[in-house]
Design a protein around this ligand. Sequence first.
Ligand SMILES: Nc1ncnc2c1ncn2[C@@H]1O[C@H](COP(=O)(O)OP(=O)(O)OP(=O)(O)O)[C@@H](O)[C@H]1O
Length: 354
Amino acid sequence: MSTNLLDIEDLTLHFDTPHGVAEVVNGVNLSLAPGQVHGLVGESGSGKSVTARTVLGLHPERNIHRRTGSIRYRGKEILGAPEDTLRSEIRGNEISMVFQDPMTALSPVMKVGQQLALPMMQHLGISKSDARKRAVELLDQVGIPRPKERLDEYPLHFSGGQRQRIMIAIALSCDPQVLIADEPTTALDVTVQAQILDLFDQLRVDRELAILLVSHDLSLIAERCDRVSVMYAGRIVESGDAREIFVSPSHHYTAMLEEARPLLDNPPHTVLRTILGRPPQLYALPKGCSFASRCPAKQDDCEHVRPELILRGDRRLACHHPYTAGQHTVSELDAGAIDIPVPELAQHEEVPHE
Ligand SMILES: Nc1ncnc2c1ncn2[C@@H]1O[C@H](COP(=O)(O)OP(=O)(O)OP(=O)(O)O)[C@@H](O)[C@H]1O
């Protein structure tokens, strides 16, 4: 039996839209072990959030066209579980979620103490006074100063970073084993971002909390995750060790994401590559590789045969002609699309990156 807390297998989720069927998630496989942080990275619209929300049954039911595959929590199937079961047995007490914008998740008309205490009274069956005591501990744990006094304040009275911490405190209040964090720090300044990510690090060590970290920020994923899955047009195209995957990418998309990543120690006038073109429409996905139209190494078979995600050593990869270091040339560069001074470059000259 799997020692993982969470096993997502061949998850497929398509929606009916006025344009046709949007194939938003296609055969996604992903697992999470205790104390592990797994990053899900990819461009906007690649299906990261829908995948993450589906774990907790938080996608809209009304326009589902197809939902297949499996999501097992501790070996138990939860994909398609009734709303009552998810609410009483899974959400909060086993798997919790933190969203990008705390204001949409926090009630503006309820005091923070109440919002923290209610789930604990419901899920853990503890009294109101015990829930308040624990709420103080939680606020303290996530770094809110004077937690006892602040229990009776409304979300409005807290800063953006503090509201995100309150969301994290609520998410942790019922001792979940898994935390799904969807762009948890995108709206925050870098100092607060680092504090929240440090808190996650501490929780995984102290409580063996497993975290699925959804982000489009490659640096954050590379620094904070053990494993990473790179998503493109609803599919995982490469997954593996978070540090290795960006040092030696095998998928051209991963390599191009890495080449486009701004680094703090980039010298002045560093030219960053951008990925030309756009992802395909999800209601008209191509027959072959979804990345083919933007891939500098595309060959005939890429347009006709969809590459399966295949295990190669410690890495999973969906590519007919894997990337090798230094393969992309300046002819794939779209320097005009980025807002940094661009030195003159001869055609086909190698681009300085780091
Ligand atoms: N219920 C739905 N019906 C139709 N399309 C949907 C539905 N839910 C999501 N989508 C579409 O699925 C695509 C993937 O959305 P998702 O939010 O998962 O992307 P993402 O990778 O998380 O991007 P971002 O980083 O911008 O949040 C988007 O094009 C979105 O419009």
